[in-house]
Each structure stands twice: as C-alpha cells, then as structure tokens.
Ligand binder design. Structure first.
Ligand code: BG6
Length: 478
C-alpha cells in the first residue's frame, strides 16, 4: 500500500541505529515500490557532511546491511536522490533555520529522534521554536524511554509541552516483528484458540528472548541498564501484554493500547524468590561481562528469569515465566503457551504423551507450531507420540518470505500513515516502569549480586530451579 508523500527528518542520521536499521529499511521500502515519488529523507546530525558525503555513507551502509541480491544500482541511485543533509546542533542554534526551510508544505512531516533520550527535550523545544511542530507532524522516539518511572514521566511531560499524544510515536521494535503481529492474527482471527486462552486451560506461558551476542561496544549504556531495563520493561512486557490482553474491540490504536495497559496494571509485584539474575563470565574465546563493560565491580545483570502473575479473571493462577539474556547458547526468541493435560488419560500413563503447546517462534526461522498428540503410525497398538502442526513462514509463503519487512521498515511506514497501533502510549510506558522500579530498587537495597553463568550456556543454574520447583521446565534454547 503506498503512503502519502513525506519529508522525514532523521536526527542522529550518522548514528548506529540510523545506519544499521532506519536507512536500509527505507531503502527496502523504496525497492518494494512503497515510497512515493515525492518522498524525501533529510539527515540531521552534528557531523560536518554535505549531501554528497552523507549519501556516500548511506550507500555504504545499505551495501553492508541489505542482502547483496537486493542492492541494485538503479534503485540505489533513486534512493540517493531522495536524501539531503543538514548539519544541526540539537543543543544550539546551528542548522535549524535551514532545516525549517527544507520542510515542504503539503507533505507529511515526520521527525525521527534517533538520539539519546537526553536530547529529546532539546529537539522538541527547537522544532517548536522554529515553527516545525505543525498539527499534522509526528515525532518518533526510541527506547530507552527513561530509566525509571520518574524519568519517563519527565520525558512524557517534556514531549507533551510541544506535541499531542497522537503525534508521539514511541517505538518498541518488537511490535513491528512479523510474528508478533501474527500472534494477534492467530488469537483474534481464529475461533480455535480463544476459548482455551485462559487459566482454566493454560498451564503456563514461557517467553524467551535469548541472544548469543554480548554487550561489547554498548557497555556504557548497558551497564547502567541491565537486562531488566533493556529488555523486560519494554520488549518482554509488550509480548506478555499481547498474550494476556482481552480482545480489543477493534484493531485500532487506543483500543489495543487500552487493553495492554490493563494487563500491565494487573501484574502482581514479583517476589525476590521468583527472580534470578545472571552475569556472563569469560569463555569460548569471549571476554566476560565485566571486561566487556570495563567495570570490574559491576553487579548489573546480563540475564534475567522471572515468574510473573497477571491478577485478572482470565489469568489468575497461570504463571508467565520470562527469561532473556546475552551470550547464551543461541539466538532464539519464542513464546510457548503450554496447555493443561486432559483431565483423564484413557490410554494410561504413556511416555510419548506431552502437553499441547502453541509455540510462536519470533526469530530466527519465524513460524508457529502447535504440538499435538497422535497415534504412532504402524501396528504397534495405541502408542502416542507428539507431532508438530507446523506453519513455518518460509514454507508457507514460499519465495515471498524474504520480502517480509523488517520491524523498522513496517513501523516507519506506520508513522507516515499515522497509525499508532504498534507504538506505545505514554501511560503504558509509565505503567511498565511502575512495575519494574520496585524490583530494581530491591536489588539495589540488598546489594544483590547476579549469579555467574558460562557463555554459550542457557543461563545460571538457579534459573532452571525457578521452573523445576514448580514441576515444569524451560524449553531448550537452540
Ligand atoms: C534492543 C536492546 O532494544 O533489542 C538490545 O537494547 C537487544 O540489547 C535488541 O540486543 C534485540 O533486538 P532483536 O531485534 O535483535 O531481537
């Protein structure tokens, strides 16, 4: 679906996110024919570039971050012609006048704040001062949206001084992932699952976001944040909300976000005994966490596992187990919904009989699997085995699967369309911090030390116990 012609300004245009995700994503949308002829992208940053120098940087970034069979000379040239650069000082006056002159009337105006949250206020204020915060314009802000409730509130207030909530797009890129949206399609587009989607039939839910990479290169940010603030407060929380929320009355921004907010507010405080924190050691040719962040005394967690409860009619009693960490065995993100066993097995106790599970694989190998019990084929009598009903996206969609847009591509197009459904509202972010803050404060008060774990493992030993003591086990990270 084409979008309206736009002027998109990227503040922080020479930074890592812009180079790795935003600009390659926009190129891919252009390649797919989604960008209108008149769409323009304006890079704004402090570096001393002119249009030509920035274009060369972007050309190199696209060549590096887009698969070679998608990089075509003609398409690249067309994309380059959309780009221009303005040297702008976020905290001073340089460049703002020039930027204001570049904004064409009659276009959708969007401003992507691809900079640290410390500059959000400066940018908002100067956009206002130079007359660029027109009614229809939008701003896009990245996580981390604050580092606790107080800072998130302050940020919301700063942005609200110059923009309406309908103009503020808070990105959580997990919401732009194809399978995450498919989760909503599966839940609300089928009759099959919804009647079973509650504490009466669901035994427990596991949400895993495991990464093989460490934190090298981002240590400065990460060491102040840790897995709780970096992943749980936002990405994992959003996944939990999509699983736990009530059906919204429509797939519309406030309808969806109202339901997510109710889930966050219904989360119980987490008992210290229900949380395990870990920190990776050295091994497999990799440095330890403390070396990666260059802080030998760091108590920051690079891994966390916890058991959460949603106190609602639908979920009372069903635990949500969340875990995420760096330097684990493999990169795996998945949500597994394990159903209760049939009340009575007419086949007696059998080895092969397992609980039904719906496994939503976010990455890699995106797809959805439903694990069911069937009879083992052959004359061996009624022997039960577990088989997956499998919908792998690559197989189901064939060659088209490669064209599934990356999360950022989709979300930026949603900004231009003016659709906030997959963006976080201010109150949602605040509610998520309100749940996270006491957990972090308790660690700080106790001087809690994370447990060491081996790189390439599936996390600290105690994380296994978190499940074992409830008679359950984690799915393998692979
Ligand atoms: C980011 C976190 O938001 O998400 C990173 O700051 C993390 O620490 C990343 O690595 C994971 O995103 P993805 O899309 O690679 O799963």
């Amino acid at each position: 679906i084409p979008v309206d012609p736009f002027d998109l300004v990227i503040f922080g245009a020479t930074g890592d996110l812009a180079t790795r995700k935003i600009l390659p994503g926009l190129y891919r949308r252009d390649l797919a024919g989604q960008l209108p002829e008149a769409a323009r992208i304006i890079g704004a940053a402090r570096s001393e570039f002119d249009d030509g120098a920035w274009r060369s940087e972007v050309r190199a970034a696209i060549t590096e971050h887009v698969p070679a069979d998608r990089v075509h000379a003609a398409a690249l040239d067309r994309f380059m012609a959309r780009l221009s650069y303005v040297r702008v000082d976020a905290t001073g006056e340089d460049g703002w006048q020039e930027l204001a002159q570049k904004m064409r009337p009659g276009m959708v105006h969007a401003f992507y704040f691809s900079v640290g949250p410390g500059l959000f206020g400066d940018l908002a204020h100067r956009l206002h001062r130079h007359g660029m915060n027109s009614d229809g314009c939008r701003i896009v802000v990245e996580k981390p949206f604050g580092h606790d409730l107080a800072s998130a509130r302050a940020l919301n207030a700063t942005l609200a001084a110059h923009f309406d909530e309908q103009q503020i797009y808070r990105i959580d890129h997990y919401l732009g992932k194809e399978t995450v949206q498919n989760l909503m399609a599966v839940r609300f587009g089928n009759m099959l699952f919804e009647p079973l989607w509650n504490a009466q039939y669901v035994d427990h839910i596991q949400i895993t976001v495991a990464e093989a990479v460490g934190v090298a290169g981002r240590g400065g940010y990460y060491d102040k944040s840790g897995a709780m603030r970096d992943m749980v407060q936002n990405h994992m929380m959003q996944l939990l909300c999509l699983i736990a929320m009530e059906p919204p009355y429509a797939f519309e921004p406030d309808a969806v976000r109202d339901e997510k907010l109710k889930v966050i507010r219904a989360l119980d405080p987490v008992a210290p005994a229900d949380i395990v924190r870990g920190q990776y050691g050295a091994g497999n040719g990799h440095a330890s966490y403390v070396d990666d962040v260059d802080n030998p005394k760091s108590f920051t967690e690079s891994y966390i596992a916890l058991k959460a409860h949603v106190s609602s009619w639908r979920w009372k009693g069903t635990p949500f187990y969340l875990r995420t960490g760096k330097r684990l065995r493999a990169r795996t993100s998945e949500i597994a919904i394990t159903f209760k066993d049939p009340p009575h097995s007419i086949f007696g106790e059998q080895e092969g009989q397992r609980s039904n599970a719906l496994v939503i694989r976010l990455q890699p190998n995106e797809g959805i699997k439903l694990k069911v019990t069937i009879k083992e084929p052959g004359p061996g009598g009624m022997r039960l085995i577990e088989v997956p009903l499998d919908m792998s996206f690559a197989e189901a969609l064939g060659p088209g699967a490669e064209d599934i847009p990356d999360a950022y591509e989709r979300l930026i197009m949603d900004v231009i369309r003016g659709n906030q459904t997959l963006f976080m509202r201010g109150d949602e972010v605040e509610a998520a911090w309100a749940w996270t803050d006491p957990i972090v404060a308790a660690w700080q008060a106790r001087g809690d030390r994370p447990q060491p774990y081996d790189p390439g493992s599936s996390g600290p030993e105690d994380a296994l116990m978190l499940m074992h003591r409830d008679g359950r086990r984690w799915r393998e990270v692979r």
